[in-house]
Design a protein around this ligand. Structure first.
Ligand code: NHR
Ligand code: GAR
Length: 218
């Protein structure tokens, strides 16, 4: 993203409720993010996030992964629908399909994910239950650049929450989600302003290399 004075074109991929999508819609509307969401794409036809997008007047598409015989075929169609709008930024916001390297390689330095754990701890699914089972005292969330390695791209920003002995996966997820809605718009505003880059597998903020865990929002 080099068009610092222009509005970044954003595509958001979702699978579910879209509360992170909503936080991004709101941040674009208030111009905290200097960008606009051009299209929202879901792999699930009944995702509530599609309704949120429609409410905000944003174009939606559904590409139902169950209608494809392979990940390659699904990703090829997803890629086609994304490239139609020539986005500057592609956002995974509760998107639940692992993407092929061929897909990811189209969006180097433009593709972000929010993952509900303190990466590199607990990549993959079911993060909250795993953290509780391990009796972790701290949980959290990470925004990172997406690379071909699942949840393995360099971190940009993390937020932490305390795990109480009374927490279960549901209460922990709810606490983490509050933080998600703060840090994702923040990172997107930086990316839209051209302040973040991915160079040789490392994340940079204002030309300075970030530590492996990214910035800590504490
Ligand atoms: N793709 C690549 N290449 N790299 C990443 O870092 C990615 C990615 C795709 C999605 C989000 C991730 C998360 O934040 C994400 C990061 C889905 C799964 C998964 O196992 C794992 C991690 C993430 C998203 N999905 C199952 C699959 O077979 C399907 C599960 C379902 O449909 O409910 O794709 O957690
Ligand atoms: C969020 O907690 C997000 O971090 C997580 O799913 C939730 C989506 O909520 N993402 C993943 O687990 C990705 N595999 P939302 O649909 O309300 O934004």
């Amino acid at each position: 993203m080099h068009k610092i004075s222009q509005s970044a074109k954003i595509v958001v991929l979702i699978s579910g409720g879209g509360s992170n999508l909503q936080s991004i819609i709101d941040a674009c509307q208030s111009q905290f993010i200097k960008g606009h969401i051009q299209r929202v794409i879901s792999n699930r036809p009944h995702a509530f996030g599609l309704e949120r997008a429609r409410q905000a007047g944003i174009e939606t598409r559904c590409i139902d992964h169950t209608h494809f015989d392979s990940r390659q075929a699904f990703d090829a169609e997803l890629l086609r629908i994304i490239l139609e709008v020539r986005p500057d930024i592609v956002v995974l916001a509760g998107f639940m399909r692992i993407l092929t390297a061929e897909f990811v390689n189209n969006f180097e330095g433009k593709l972000l994910n929010i993952h509900p754990s303190l990466l590199p701890n607990y990549p993959g699914l079911n993060t909250h239950q795993r953290a509780i089972d391990d009796q972790q005292k701290e949980g959290g969330v990470t925004v990172h650049f997406v690379t071909a390695e699942l949840d393995g791209g360099p971190s940009i920003l993390q937020a932490r929450v305390t795990i109480e002995s009374t927490d279960d996966a549901k209460s922990l997820a709810a606490k983490v989600l509050v933080e998600e809605h703060k840090i994702y718009p923040q990172v997107l505003s930086w990316l839209a302003d051209g302040r973040l880059s991915l160079i040789d597998g490392d994340a940079y903020f204002d030309q300075r290399k970030l530590p492996t865990e990214g910035y800590r929002d504490d």
